[in-house]
Design a protein around this ligand. Structure first.
Ligand SMILES: [Zn+2]
Length: 276
């Protein structure tokens, strides 16, 4: 699915997201979702005018299994290098348990829907990575799009947001979510399966000064930041109410740089605050 010029999402539903980012005819994949997405890659690449031979890298925002999905298969079969923040490398290799404790609060319907979604796509048998390269906080990665790493620990110790200034895009992984697969709750919130919710909220301060037009979470739809309002209510849009703008004609251009900032991530703001 096309999100914007040069940015596609694999799959026709947005419960678990994997993104394709094209730059100069080459492609970086950001997160690998569930294993079953592998068969969708060629079709999505074709929609971008690219093939699997154009894929140069897979970057993981963190080491959870619902982001590793097809990573090992892509690495093994297509020799595509896979990278993750150094603090999540052992998790991505399956050498340490998930630091999140339990499922947290759940509602039966949405949670069963999530389990069914992943079950149908091989998510209960995700292969661990046999090899994974690592990066550190602040690095600018030498892959198409040249994403810059912003470490945002809390969801996992090595959770990283990836800022792509040339496309005005910020891939946040599960640093926060706009849909909770465990409860069905919508709106900006601490993502399900977060190891340390307080640390996750504190880490969001690192994203406040980032100028980006597109915010692309690991769970739920991409959304745009609204421009600053006189009332200083600049919130991340909930994708269900304000889906990302797309232009199927291909005429989309990243808007001129505007300083879109999240006004508040704290629970002090009843309108914009995060739930945890
Ligand atoms: Zn996660």
């Amino acid at each position: 699915m096309k999100i914007a010029l040069g940015i596609h999402r694999i799959g026709d539903r947005s419960i678990v997201n994997a993104y394709l980012l094209e730059d100069g005819g080459e492609v970086t994949i950001i997160d690998a979702g569930v294993p079953g997405y592998y068969r969708d890659i060629p079709r999505e690449l074709a929609a971008m005018g690219r093939t699997i031979a154009d894929v140069r890298a897979l970057i993981l925002t963190h080491g959870h299994t619902d982001h590793i999905g097809f990573a090992e298969r892509l690495r093994h079969d297509r020799q595509v290098p896979v990278s993750v923040h150094e603090a999540d490398a052992a998790l991505a290799r399956g050498e340490v348990p998930n630091p999140a404790k339990g499922y947290g609060r759940t509602k039966l319907g949405p949670f069963l829907g999530f389990l069914w979604f992943t079950l149908l796509r091989g998510g209960l048998r995700t292969p661990k990575l046999q090899e994974v390269a690592t990066f550190g906080d602040g690095a600018t990665l030498d892959v198409p799009g040249s994403p810059r790493v912003i470490l945002v620990p809390g969801h996992t110790p090595g959770s990283a947001a990836l800022h792509v200034p040339s496309w005005g895009a910020l891939f946040v992984g599960d640093a926060f979510a706009t849909y909770a697969v465990t409860t069905g709750a919508r709106g900006p919130q601490v993502a399900p399966f977060t190891a340390d919710a307080a640390e996750a909220v504190a880490s969001l301060a690192r994203l406040e000064e980032i100028s980006a037009d597109l915010v692309l979470p690991g769970m739920a739809r991409a959304g745009r930041r609204r421009p600053r309002r006189p009332a200083r209510r600049t919130c991340l849009s909930d994708g269900s109410r304000q889906p990302a703008r797309t232009d199927e004609s291909g005429g989309w251009e990243p808007p001129a740089r505007r300083s879109y900032r999240t006004q508040s991530w704290s629970s002090r703001s009843p309108h914009c605050g995060l739930r945890s």
